[in-house]
Design a protein. Structure first.
Length: 494
C-alpha cells in the first residue's frame, strides 16, 4: 500500500487531504494487453475506456456492432464483431468477461487453453477502482441515478472524478470517464455478489429489496450480502445509508454496535426524524419537488430537483451526503443538485407524437415501476397513461409475479410483449410467460393486454393513443425501440 502525499486542489473542495492508493492485484495498466469479451456492454465499454485512458491496450469482441463499439474503436481499441477463438491473441495478458458470457464461449475457452488470467467485469472494475478513493453506490434501485448525480455535481464543482456507471449521464453524454481527482465513482451491483469486489472509502446503500432471486435464496441472504459489502469499506471511511429502509437500518445499527476497529462512520439519510440528513418542508409544484435539507438538526437550505418522483428526493439526499463527505461545500452542493437532468433511460423524454408525450424508462422491478408511474402522473398529469412494459428475465417475472401484478394501477392501460430473455435457463422459460402476467394484472382490476411483437404494439398505440396522453416504454431490455418506432410512425403518418 502506498500513500500519496500530493494534495489535489479542486474548486468547491474545502481541503484536499492525503489518500490511499491500494495495490490492485493487476500491477501496471499502462502497456498491458487486455481482451474484453462482450465489450459493447455499458459497464464493459466504460471499463475498457478507462483502461485505454490509463495507457492499457484493449482488444476484444462483441456479438453485435453498435455505436458503443464504434466509439471504443475510435478511442484506440480493436473490437471485432462476432466471437472467434482466433480473436484471443497469443500476447494477451488478461481477459475480461461480462456477466453474460457463458463458459462455452469460444474466446473464453481459447483464453483458458492459453493459460491467460480471466477476470469478471466486477473483479476488474474493483481492482481499477482500488487505485483511487472509491465511492461505491449499492442498492436494489437508484444506483445509476445517484452515481450520475454525484459525478455531474463533482464535475460542475471543478472536481474531475473517474467513474463507471451503468447508464449514460445525459448531460455528459458518457457512462464512464477519467479525471485528475483522487475519486472513483462506481455503481456496485449485488448480482453474483459483484459489489464485494469494491473496497470503497465512501460506501452507500440506497435500499434493499427482493431481486435476483435466481441467484439469492431469499431476502435474508440478500441482506447478508449487503452487510458484507458494508464490511468492505476502508479504514476511516463512511457508510451512507437510507434510514427509512428497514434492512439498511439493521445493517447500520449493527455497524454502529460492533467494535469499530476500522473507524467507519455511519451516516443516515431519509424522511424519518431519526435520520442525520433529512428532507423537510416537501412540496410539489408543477411536477417538481421542492424540499429543505436538514443535517444533524440544522437547516442547510432549500432545493428544487428536476427529476420526477418522490423516490428521487432520497437519491438527492444520498448524493448530497456523498458529496459532503467528499469535501464539497454545502452551499455549493445545494446550487448544483437542481441542475442534474437525469440518466439515459430514466424517465427520459423522447418527444411528442400526435400530441402525446413519449417517455422511456428502465424500471424493471415492481417498486421501480410504481415509483416511475407516480412520477409521470405528477409531472405530466396525462389524460391517459399508457405503459408498454417488457418483463426482464423469466426468473424475475416468476419470482415477483404477484408484486408485478400490483404495480400497474397508476397506468390506464398496460401492454406487455414477450419477456426479455437473458441469463435464464430453458426451465425458467417454461415456467412463466407474458400472458400470465397480463392475466394477473387484469385480475387486480387494471386494464392490460398481451401483444407479442413491437410492431404490433406500435400499430395498436397509433390507433388508440390520443393527444394529451402519455406513453411510457418500460423495462431493462430493448423495449425502448417501441418508443422510437412509434414516434417515427406517427410523424411519418405510416
Amino acid at each position: 500500500m502506498v500513500r500519496a502525499k500530493k494534495e489535489i486542489k479542486q474548486a468547491g473542495i474545502k481541503a484536499a487531504h492525503r489518500y490511499e492508493v491500494v495495490d490492485s492485484g493487476i500491477g501496471r495498466i499502462a502497456g498491458k494487453r487486455f481482451h474484453f469479451i462482450g465489450a459493447g456492454g455499458v459497464g464493459m465499454s466504460g471499463l475498457a475506456g478507462l483502461i485505454l485512458k490509463n495507457g492499457g491496450k484493449v482488444r476484444g469482441s462483441d456479438a453485435l456492432g453498435s455505436s458503443v463499439v464504434d466509439k471504443l474503436c475510435e478511442a484506440g481499441a480493436d473490437i471485432r464483431v462476432g466471437h472467434s477463438a482466433g480473436n484471443v491473441r497469443a500476447d494477451t495478458e488478461a481477459v475480461v468477461i461480462s456477466a453474460a458470457v457463458k463458459e462455452d464461449n469460444c474466446e473464453l475457452q481459447s483464453a483458458r487453453k492459453k493459460g491467460v488470467r480471466v477476470y469478471k467485469y466486477a473483479e476488474m472494475a474493483g481492482m481499477v477502482s482500488s487505485r483511487y478513493e472509491c465511492i461505491a453506490v449499492a442498492g436494489t434501485h437508484g444506483k445509476s441515478t445517484t452515481c450520475g448525480w454525484v459525478t455531474y455535481c463533482m464535475q460542475q464543482a471543478g472536481v474531475e472524478p473517474n467513474f463507471i456507471i451503468g447508464a449514460e449521464v445525459s448531460q455528459l453524454g458518457v457512462s464512464s470517464g477519467t479525471g485528475a481527482s483522487r475519486y472513483f465513482v462506481a455503481e456496485a451491483c449485488e448480482y453474483d455478489r459483484s459489489f464485494l469486489n469494491f473496497r470503497p472509502k465512501i460506501g452507500c446503500v440506497l435500499n434493499i429489496e427482493a431481486d435476483h432471486l435466481d441467484y439469492y435464496k431469499d431476502e435474508e441472504e440478500i441482506e447478508e450480502a449487503f452487510g458484507a459489502f458494508c464490511g468492505q469499506i476502508r479504514r476511516g471511511g463512511v457508510l451512507v445509508g437510507c434510514g427509512d429502509d428497514t434492512r439498511v437500518l439493521r445493517i447500520m445499527d449493527r455497524m454502529r454496535g460492533e467494535p469499530n476497529k476500522k473507524e467507519i462512520r455511519v451516516l443516515s439519510f431519509g424522511f424519518g426524524r431519526g435520520c442525520a440528513i433529512r428532507a423537510e418542508e416537501i412540496s410539489l409544484q408543477k411536477g417538481y419537488y421542492w424540499f429543505t435539507i436538514v443535517e444533524q438538526g440544522e437547516r442547510v437550505g432549500r432545493v428544487c430537483i428536476s427529476l420526477p418522483g418522490r423516490y428521487n428526493i432520497l437519491n438527492a439526499l444520498a448524493a448530497y451526503a456523498i458529496l459532503a463527505e467528499a469535501g464539497l461545500e454545502r452551499a455549493r452542493i445545494l446550487e448544483l443538485l437542481g441542475g442534474f437532468g437525469g440518466m439515459e433511460r430514466r424517465l427520459m423524454y423522447k418527444g411528442e407524437a400526435g400530441g402525446a408525450v413519449v417517455i422511456d424508462d428502465y424500471a424493471h422491478h415492481p417498486t421501480e415501476i410504481r415509483g416511475s408511474l407516480e412520477g409521470i402522473r405528477q409531472r405530466y398529469e396525462p389524460r391517459r397513461l399508457w405503459c408498454v412494459f417488457q418483463p426482464h428475465q423469466y426468473s424475475r417475472t416468476r419470482f415477483l409475479l404477484d408484486d408485478f401484478s400490483e404495480s400497474f394501477k397508476l397506468a390506464d392501460v398496460t401492454i406487455v410483449p414477450e419477456i426479455y430473455f437473458v441469463r435464464d435457463t430453458e426451465r425458467a422459460r417454461r415456467e412463466v410467460n407474458a400472458e400470465q402476467l397480463v392475466e394477473r394484472i387484469k385480475a387486480k382490476g387494471s386494464e392490460a393486454l398481451f401483444i407479442k411483437s413491437f410492431s404490433g404494439i406500435c400499430e395498436y398505440l397509433k390507433a388508440n393513443v390520443k393527444s394529451g396522453d402519455v406513453v411510457v416504454t418500460m423495462g431493462a431490455g430493448d423495449v425502448w425501440k417501441v418508443a422510437d418506432e412509434y414516434i417515427q410512425r406517427v410523424r411519418e403518418g405510416g
